[in-house]
Ligand binder design. Structure first.
Ligand code: SF4
Ligand code: SF4
Length: 438
């Protein structure tokens, strides 16, 4: 018997106990220092390491791994696909950190022909798949009758196909769109608030410099009143993270967190694009989560507003089980695609609008760049050398192909490493406080 390749062992933050996790076997335990040393020596006298999959027969582990991989591929075939549609790259905001600020694509002429071509493509390529459509931008909810009518037309086309719609918006014109939303099968509206009024309005202004907080907050109220699910996103960096406790309190006081259709996410502003503005303010993943850990200790009400994933820690806490092994963290071209108003097709929102990242066209004619698509499709932890040898692979899943591509020049063959072990150290201490002494 040998130690499993997929054991992840580390010390729980602010504790003298250890956790051990093995995603292939679905095992997770807290162990003492003594048990930890027994495991390293292969001494099973006091603990049955084999029954938990921590000590294994390597040949049996290989076969278990192969079967889990095949199951993962099979299940993904029937997963729901998210199809992003980008009606334009224009935006009515001038956010201090906008990654699309350097996009040069002019918004000329979204029209019904392009929308029809998009839905024809959906009908043909995704006929048998469960799918939903997400409107993305730029800002998809711009003012003005002609644009609003086109958004309405997209929603009608989706309704006609029994397809749900989600919207990613800055939230400013949500109020004006409420009648159009009532026509849709709406999955959720994602709006962004970067903090309470002063902090948000410093970062997310209209083009004329005017603040946007109050109108977005009213929009969130109105969505919830109309029973439309809201996903509130806060983009965090060094400039606004200290405002998270105040935003959490605001959402609690406003009654948002008590709603069953209100959810949240924290987004990092990250280095996907060529934006030169304020790079020194950006967090790495572990920096952001370390800050969250620190803030949650001091302001536990943050957890009423947002429960950070800390890798699989939150899932383990909420369900009592580890999620299934993750052989591929990147949904691009597998369960995610992006389509823009120029007729281009991309893997996902991270590549949408970037020159050279096109994977095909749906308008004016349909053409798919098969060789490029295959490179995306083949990327998983078995196709990346580093991931094949990595004990974290079944939780990390190889990371984001676009980030890997940005860093290394190769989208498909390079890893985008996640600090899985460090995130688990923080997450277990956050969600299982009995193991954290302070
Ligand atoms: S490339 Fe990155 S952003 Fe795009 S789908 Fe993959 S993980 Fe998501
Ligand atoms: S991306 Fe890095 S951390 Fe993730 S599985 Fe691959 S080698 Fe491991």
């Amino acid at each position: 018997m040998k130690l499993s390749r997929f054991n992840i062992i580390s010390e729980i933050k602010d504790s003298d106990e250890y956790f051990i996790l093995n995603s292939l076997y679905g095992s997770a335990d807290v162990i003492s220092n003594i048990t930890y040393n027994d495991l390293l020596k292969g001494n099973s006298e006091n603990y049955d390491f084999a029954s938990r999959g921590y000590l294994v027969d390597p040949e049996a582990e290989k076969s278990l791994f192969r079967n889990a991989y095949l199951k993962f591929l099979d299940e993904r075939e029937t997963d729901e696909v998210q199809l992003f549609f980008i009606p334009g790259y224009s935006c009515n905001f001038s956010c201090s950190y906008c990654y699309q600020a350097d996009f040069r694509i002019k918004d000329t002429g979204l029209d019904k022909d392009i929308i029809d071509a998009f839905f024809m493509h959906v009908d043909e390529d995704f006929a048998e798949r469960r799918r939903y459509i997400t409107l993305f931008g730029g800002e998809p909810l711009l003012p003005g009758k002609p644009h609003m009518n086109l958004i309405k037309y997209i929603i009608e086309c989706a309704v006609g196909r029994n397809t749900d719609v989600a919207v990613v918006t800055n939230g400013y014109h949500v109020i004006d769109y409420i009648d159009i939303f009532r026509l849709a099968r709406l999955r959720e509206i994602q709006v962004t608030l970067d903090g309470t009024r002063v902090v948000h309005d410093r970062r997310r202004t209209l083009k004329n410099g005017k603040g946007t907080f109050d109108r977005i907050a009213e929009g969130v109220d109105m969505l919830l009143e109309n029973n439309i699910p809201v996903n509130l996103r806060m983009v965090v960096d060094r400039d606004n993270i200290e405002n998270l406790p105040a935003l959490a309190q605001f959402a609690i006081d406003r009654g948002w967190t008590a709603s069953g259709i209100f959810s949240t996410q924290l987004g990092r502003n990250y280095e996907l694009h060529d934006c030169q503005v304020g790079r020194e303010k950006l967090f790495s993943r572990i920096e952001m989560y370390s800050e969250l850990y620190r803030l949650i200790k001091r302001h536990p009400h943050i957890l009423d507003f947002h429960k950070p994933a800390f890798a699989v820690s939150r899932a383990l806490y909420e369900t009592g089980e580890l999620p299934a092994p993750l052989f591929d963290a990147c949904p691009g071209t597998k369960t995610e695609w992006a389509f823009d108003f120029t007729g281009n097709i991309y893997s996902c929102t991270a590549t949408a609008g970037k020159k050279g990242e096109e994977l095909g066209r749906f308008f004016p004619e349909r053409v798919m760049y098969r060789e490029k698509i295959e490179q995306w499709e083949e990327r998983d932890i078995l196709s990346i050398g580093e991931c094949r040898e990595c004990s974290l692979s079944l939780i990390c899943g190889g990371g984001c192909a676009a980030v890997a591509g940005n860093r290394n020049g190769s989208t498909t063959g390079c890893p985008d490493c996640r600090p899985v072990k460090e995130l688990l150290e923080l997450g277990i201490a956050t969600y299982f406080p009995e193991y954290a002494s302070k």
